[in-house]
Design a protein around this ligand. Structure first.
Ligand code: MOS
Length: 717
């Protein structure tokens, strides 16, 4: 793949090429304003205190000693914290996470029971140690397999689906494979600890908070406090990593707002690393079962995929584990079903390809097992069952799909032909060598997004949107799309994001923002050009002339969610093929990834540099998902404590440089035909499929089928 090394300095087009990040200089010089950097410097510091039991009630938070400690200004607890309304998440029926301190109930270990507010963080931490919290302890349920747990099959994520008649499909099968798959809890670990600062001006609230969705946080705060939406402003122009953990209005944000109200001064809250494990969501574990029926020639006749996931007490988290299965392959008879088990765990939330990543591991491992059973090449098996139309959406034609090209090109790049399909057949000294692959059909996600474009008197332009850049390059691609459509140079476009007082935006999440915002930019630039009676990409001089003495001309436009029925096609997400080559130490069970090839169809690539970086980053996460990452909860050591035993960066293993080879990324396919920009999301498809490709390679290397993530050395001994 080719990338240019510098931003083009003149002319169009600027889409597709590797324009360097417009915020690059700010980032490398440390000048980026993270939300916390913008907060009032005279803010008091709040330190949150978590429950040391897993289920029960707080009897008393005795604050006597804490309040007498140096620097302490206040202690909040359920005894006296302001009462707020629990908001709904914007644009969904889900309940937002419970605001803290509203009752005495402890729903999980680490649930906030108090917050100490002091002049400095050291003073707040010291006083937090002096709080005496007494509890009325209940027996928790923290194990997904605990028969006492409440099991719910009410399909909150709209995950369940029945197509055709599964039993008939299985009866038509000449070969059947079926197995259980287990994936462990994972925790998002952005480097930037999440922080929230609040300042009240009368009944108007201004916050600077780590979030992937400032607009929604502002909505939720307005609802919580019963104040007009226009009196709430939430800023988050940058954050130090999110991966999904910043999608929900988490309790620490409410805590900052409550404390600032109580002490009538700005208050700043920064989570500790252990609090990041319980306070901002995590990827929930799954227990899955996949059954596949096929004819001898590889044609699938039946697919059944069921999953059980945990949810927290009094919380919602739609984790759609089966969406990739529903649309992945052309199979007439299908049953997909997700059940929830309610546990005394911290609320799960999104983590990079939520649901999809776990579900893809089960499905694509099962397909590998079927390929072995049938003696058919795994790539060929996927090609033979290609869904030419979307079987999950009335068999509408896809708006774009190049999965077959992904598969063929990926096989070529990794040298699939050299692979010996017999397990444990290739050895170099102590190393067993194996190849594996997986396909990905990622879901489509687009929510309404509004953008304002301003053309100034000098012909330069500004783009305003409440959306934030999670680090993926949103500032850059918005700049590019606006520049191209207005005929401007990249340097003539200013992009302002990450502020809830700007036009409404969806989250930086679900791999959906690039599509939503670039289409909104396309519409808004068309609107402003219409107002200026210009067409094409007129360029700076023509724009300046057309603005004339109006000083500036502004237009706003909203890109709506596409309606498949109206369009007569199924909006496509990204597709991808992942190919892994691994080396497994025959004596130690250590798995090293030697090569990992990703071939991705994400429609029009807006920026090869940032798109590639998305896939590389996702793949690193995928290697962690496959081999390393596991949030371990104490389930069985004596009484179940529900305590996370590795809630810090020393024991929570993530892929680091030594775990990651040079990653190969290629893009195939062309512009999607759904929208003027032709773009599809490219975020999460990078992670999805990596675990199955590695697991399948481990099978090819060792002959051992590991149906569990992470694939740790002990499982291979
Ligand atoms: Mo992503 S899990 O939608 O930030």
């Amino acid at each position: 793949m080719t990338t240019t090394t510098a931003a083009p300095t003149t002319g169009v087009p600027v889409i597709g090429a590797g324009v360097t990040r417009v915020d690059g200089p700010l980032k490398v010089t440390g000048a980026v304003p993270y939300a916390d950097d913008l907060a009032p410097r005279d803010a008091l510091v709040g330190v949150l205190v978590g429950a040391t039991i897993t289920s029960g009630r707080v009897e008393l938070v005795d604050t006597t000693d804490a309040l007498a400690a140096p620097g302490v200004v206040a202690v909040l607890s359920h005894h006296d914290a302001p009462r707020v309304v629990r908001p709904d998440e914007a644009s969904s029926d889900e309940r937002a996470p419970l605001p803290p301190f509203q009752d005495a109930v402890v729903r999980f270990r680490g649930d906030y029971v108090a917050m100490v507010v002091a002049q400095t963080r050291e003073e707040a931490l010291h006083a937090a140690d002096l709080l005496h919290v007494t509890y009325d302890v209940d027996e928790p349920v923290v194990d997904i397999n605990d028969p006492r747990a409440d099991r719910e099959d009410d399909d909150p994520a709209g995950a369940d689906s029945v197509r055709g008649d599964l039993e008939r499909g299985l009866a038509e099968a000449e070969v059947e494979v079926g197995a259980d798959y287990v994936t462990g809890d994972n925790t998002n670990n952005p480097i930037g600890l999440f922080a929230a600062s609040a300042e009240w001006d009368g009944d108007a609230l201004h916050m600077w908070a780590t979030t992937q969705w400032p607009f929604n946080v502002a909505d939720c705060l307005a609802e919580a406090w019963g104040i007009p939406r226009e009196d709430v402003r939430v800023e988050c122009p940058y954050l130090g990593g999110g991966f999904g953990s910043g999608l929900r209005p988490w309790p620490y944000i409410h805590a900052a707002a409550m404390a600032a109200k109580v002490v009538d001064r700005p208050v700043r809250v920064v989570l500790s690393r252990p609090q990041m494990f319980t306070g901002v969501g995590h990827r929930p574990e799954t227990v899955q079962r996949v059954r596949l029926g096929a004819r001898r020639d590889g044609t699938l006749t039946a697919v059944e995929h069921t999953a059980t996931i945990p949810v927290a007490v009094d919380d919602d988290n739609p984790e759609n584990v089966v969406s990739g299965t529903r649309q992945g392959y052309a199979v007439e008879h299908l049953r997909a079903d997700v059940d929830q088990v309610r546990l005394h765990i911290s609320p799960p939330g999104s983590m990079r390809a939520p649901g999809e990543a776990q579900g893809n591991f089960a499905l694509e491992t099962a397909l590998d097992e079927l390929a072995v059973e049938l003696g058919i090449d795994p790539v060929e098996l996927r090609l033979r069952n290609e869904a030419v139309t979307n079987p999950d959406q009335d068999d509408l034609p896809w708006s774009s799909k190049a999965l077959d090209e992904c598969l063929r090109r990926g096989a070529e790049l990794i040298g699939w032909d050299e692979r010996d399909p017999s397990p444990r057949a290739t050895r170099e000294g102590d190393q067993l060598i194996g190849y594996g692959m997986a396909a990905v059909s990622f879901f489509y996600f687009q929510e309404p997004c509004t953008v304002r474009v301003v053309v100034r008197r000098d012909g330069s332009a500004a783009v305003h949107c409440a959306a934030m850049d999670i680090g993926t390059g949103t500032y850059t691609i918005v700049t590019q799309v606006a520049a191209e459509r207005l005929g401007l140079e990249v340097g003539d476009v200013e992009v302002v994001l990450g502020d809830s007082s700007l036009p409404a935006s969806p989250p930086a999440g679900g791999s959906g923002l690039a599509t939503a915002i670039s289409n909104a930019v396309a519409l808004a630039t068309s609107a402003v050009l219409a107002d200026l009676q210009l067409s094409g990409a007129p360029g700076r001089e023509a724009l300046a002339r057309a603005v004339g003495d109006r000083d500036k001309v502004t237009a706003e436009a909203t890109a709506d969610k596409p309606d498949p029925a109206e369009l007569g096609m199924s909006p496509s997400g990204a597709f991808g093929a992942k190919f892994a080559k691994v080396r497994v130490d025959a004596d130690l069970g250590l798995v090293r990834v030697e090569r990992l090839v990703s071939v991705i169809d994400c429609g029009q690539v807006l920026n090869e540099r940032t798109a590639r970086s998305q896939v590389v980053g996702g793949t690193v996460g995928g290697i962690g998902h496959a081999l390393l990452e596991h949030t371990v909860t104490d389930l069985h050591a004596g009484p179940q404590t529900g305590r996370i035993t590795n809630a810090h960066l020393a024991d929570y293993l993530m892929a680091v440089n030594a775990d990651v080879p040079d990653l190969e990324v290629e893009f195939v396919g062309g512009p999607d035909r759904l929208n003027p920009v032709g773009v599809k999301g490219v975020g999460e498809v990078g992670l999805c499929g990596v675990a199955a490709a590695i697991g399948n390679a481990v099978f090819n290397a060792t002959g051992r089928r590991i149906r569990r993530l992470p694939i740790t050395p002990d499982l291979l001994l």
